[in-house]
Design a protein around this ligand. Structure first.
Ligand SMILES: *Cc1c(COP(=O)(O)O)cnc(C)c1O
Length: 390
């Protein structure tokens, strides 16, 4: 009963949620008692390292942390971030003006357009991509212009292909390397081109580096801010979620050009009150403690990756071995759309995967598998898929 509730245009403008049908079927199967192997969600299955949990427990008992967090994040946390950045990327960041803690990087990524996008302004967005880039832009009243990420270009957008007039009027460009969903990494040359593109067109670069630490290669992924001139044109988003198995804690940060950081800070000042200080202090522990955590985590994902890639390879699937991230981006065998294949795997093998089309039109023709279940379960999933071939 009651009056008719009409949602705002900005909500109606969001792209449709493509996984509703699959979600429904998955729930139904679980209810029927089916043993579902969920390779859909990119959420680490192993726990936060105990030293970080212990630090939180200590800090949470300190009544000082029970009040509203102060200003733009604890200065101690921002200093720890700047030290980590210097050590990891050899980039100097001013903790006062160039670093902003976030309630998870998704929060900052989605709020960013509110700082720079006016009605009908253009934002350049990779396709396929992590969905908050496009939803953040749409919620701010902006218009996404999609840059295809194609296998023949190593899943890097071709900036020369961006329409000249679109590039001229674009306000923001989102990029993400190592990339979700494709697992691709950026080259230094590509980042240099990006800086040039940004300078020429006066576009703010928002580089999402959530997977910068999850790489299987000797040469660690670059920070965009390592490139000369990058700090004059953009910011980089980082997250403790994937690096330290802290997705539920909600802590990340943005860093880069002070005016951009200040504008994002101003949006946030008006919307949220920052990250729980006990969590910021636990974040210091995560960034500063020397441990084997990361090496072990990468080894774990590498083993799982190899089991999956070799297993599906032996079935004749053409699988792209990711250089980084915990995702495998898999071309759909002929005869299926990504949605049809995902549906069949769920129906016939009780295996959940993400259809590529959910990440954008250019994701069609692929499915994404997350390596966030143990090796035995991945082996089991491969066996079940092998069963479908018989
Ligand atoms: C997981 C993920 C994030 C976000 O993480 P938070 O938990 O919000 O810090 C950001 N970008 C990409 C590409 C991701 O996959």
């Amino acid at each position: 009963m009651g009056f008719n509730i009409e949602i705002a245009e900005r909500l109606k403008n969001l792209p449709p949620y493509l996984f509703a049908e699959i979600d429904k079927k998955k729930k139904q199967k679980i209810k029927e008692g089916k043993d579902i192997i969920d390779l859909g969600v990119g959420d680490p299955d192993t726990p936060t390292p105990p030293y970080i949990v212990d630090r939180l427990c200590e800090e949470v008992r300190d009544a000082g942390s029970h009040r509203y967090p102060s200003g733009r994040g604890l200065i101690e946390f921002r200093v720890a971030i700047s030290r980590w950045y210097k050590k990891r990327f050899n980039v100097a960041l001013d903790p006062e003006s160039e670093i902003l803690p976030l309630i998870g990087s998704k929060e900052g990524i989605a709020h960013m357009p509110l700082a720079f996008i006016n009605q009908r302004d253009t934002a350049l967005i990779p396709d396929p991509c992590y969905p908050p880039y496009r939803s953040g832009v749409i919620l701010a009243g902006g218009v996404p212009y999609y840059m295809p990420l194609l296998e023949q270009n190593a899943f890097l957008p071709d900036l020369d292909e961006v329409d000249y007039q679109v590039a001229q009027k674009a306000k923001i460009i989102y990029l993400n390397y190592p990339n979700n969903p494709t697992g691709a990494c950026a080259t230094e040359d590509f980042f240099k081109e990006t800086v040039k593109f940004a300078e020429t067109n006066k576009v703010i670069v928002c580089h999402d580096a959530a997977y910068s630490e999850l790489s299987f290669e000797e040469n660690k992924p670059l920070s965009f801010l390592q490139i000369e001139g990058a700090k004059d044109v953009g910011v980089e988003f980082h997250s403790l979620s994937k690096t330290f198995n802290m997705t539920g804690w909600r802590v990340g940060f943005a860093c880069g050009r002070p005016e951009i950081i200040a504008a994002l800070g101003k949006v946030k000042e008006n919307i949220d009150s920052g990250v729980f200080e006990a969590i910021q202090r636990a974040g210091i522990e995560a960034l500063e403690k020397e441990t084997d955590h990361l090496k072990n985590l990468i080894d774990l994902y590498r083993q799982r990756r190899d089991v999956l890639v070799e297993g599906l390879g032996s079935l004749g699937w053409k699988v792209l071995k990711p250089r980084a991230t915990f995702y495998v981006w898999i071309p759909v065998p002929p005869g299926y759309t990504s949605m049809e294949l995902a549906d069949k795997l769920l129906e016939k093998a009780s295996v959940v995967v993400t259809p590529g089309v959910g990440f954008g039109d250019n994701g069609e023709g692929y499915i994404r598998i997350a390596l966030t279940v143990n090796k035995e379960r991945i082996e089991e999933a491969v066996e079940r898929i092998a069963g479908l071939h018989e």
